[in-house]
Design a protein around this ligand. Sequence first.
Ligand SMILES: Nc1ncnc2c1ncn2[C@@H]1O[C@H](COP(=O)(O)OP(=O)(O)O)[C@@H](O)[C@H]1O
Ligand SMILES: [Mg+2]
Length: 509
Amino acid sequence: MDNSDGQIRSLRVEHITKSFPGVLACKDISLSVNAGEVLALVGENGAGKTTLMNILMGLYQSDEGEILINEKPVRFQSPNDAIAAGIGMVHQQYMLVPNMTVLENVALGFRDAWNPLRLNYSMVRSRIEEITRRYSLQADPDAYIWQLSVGEQQRVELVKTLCLGARFLILDEPTSALTPQETDELIVLLKHMSADLSIIFISHKLQEVKALSDKVTILRRGEVVFRGNTADHSPQDIAALMTGHEVELPKREESVPAVETALDIRGLSVKSDRGFLALDRLDLSVRSGEIMGLAGVSGNGQRELAEAVNGLRKVESGEILFFGTDLANKSPSFVIRQGMGYIPEERNTEGIIPSFSIKENFILKDTDRDEFSRWGFLKQNYIDEHAEKLREQFDIRSPNTAAAAGSLSGGNIQKVILARELRRNPRFLVAVYPTRGLDMGAAEFIHNQLLAKCREGYGILLISEELEEIMNLSNRIAVIFKGQIRKVLEAGKANRRNLGILMAGVKDE
Ligand SMILES: Nc1ncnc2c1ncn2[C@@H]1O[C@H](COP(=O)(O)OP(=O)(O)O)[C@@H](O)[C@H]1O
Ligand SMILES: [Mg+2]
């Protein structure tokens, strides 16, 4: 391969087409990136971004089209060919071995890509040191992967990719699993690295696209619908091109008159899986007809709070009064019967049963109700009709409701969960990170649904790390830190700065 100086001055993808059985994932896609440029590749779930990048990495073969490096056509039969040409990719799912060290994981990459005879650990170690120094990346070669946070694991993936000689980096939704702080750090890091490398950056989050990229290419349903300079376009413009319609994330209307208290949590203490107090005498009350935003860096007790309220975690002490009934240490089915709706954090494992069909997932909580069964038999025709109605109403993109729920994209899985929970007409909803990782179109839909339910008089506890989401939707905002509520603010008094300070644990005045 004539790339002997190791530099990639330009990379072009020309007229790439790729289909899977029944799906045209990429249709005549062209794009180009020059040395030192950051190209943002944006598009809704299923637009074809990952498929295109997998073709660029030699993981898939395209049906048509070609790839040119420095204006010369190349053919990648496998990722090793792409790596040899200086291209590296950090995938959406990390590919690290948890019970191995950072050093061993990096060495594993060398073993795959290079002649194993040339491999020795001291060479790998000095390579890691060289890379971490050059890009001011922090990574301890002797740490085990399982000991690292998601953000640290991602840095190891970056180090590994750079150690293998990447001069051209592909990052597939690198921020979707990160906390806001980790995201800010990553953007700064990538900005710094881009002086030396070319980057294709995939994200739904347009603030990040604005902060980092020079150029933007937008895909919609497998086709390029737009190419331009990032600086010339607002996030609103980009969102509209991405979804095909104007997107403005909805905002709550002005304050609701205070009505009855729906959820009144008093002195709640709950232990984490590791045995320490995840909630430490927490007090919080939420009214009917309001959205209470719970802001905080994840890991400060949010998960345990949601689980305790929904009967999924033992309560050590305190009360969870729900319209006067104590839910502490009650069963999940008791909580459901009281009229509690729940959008859990782990949508794939806690929110649906992935191998069940969409229609089965719709009635998970109701199989014993007269509405769906008679003398112990499910009313199949009625279940089908009901499912079809929900699919339309919630705009779930799937050809039918017999498909396995696990085969849907994240946004559509979230719509299945929301449809099931809202249709049951609960009196209250606990929504945990409801739009994490979703594209703007899906987030807009979910936000509108939450606001509509709030107008109908539901109380909603919205747990999120996205400050935009919290500030757009909430009537009041409570900040959680180390298992306690630091402060409750009227939404009009909250801004990124004062919330950020409270979330970091700084005491207010
Ligand atoms: N290995 C595969 N087999 C079949 N269909 C696939 C495969 N990978 C992706 N697809 C389909 O191709 C389309 C594009 O998917 P993808 O490239 O993952 O989109 P994005 O990364 O933009 O969310 C989707 O309809 C998806 O279901
Ligand atoms: Mg993808």
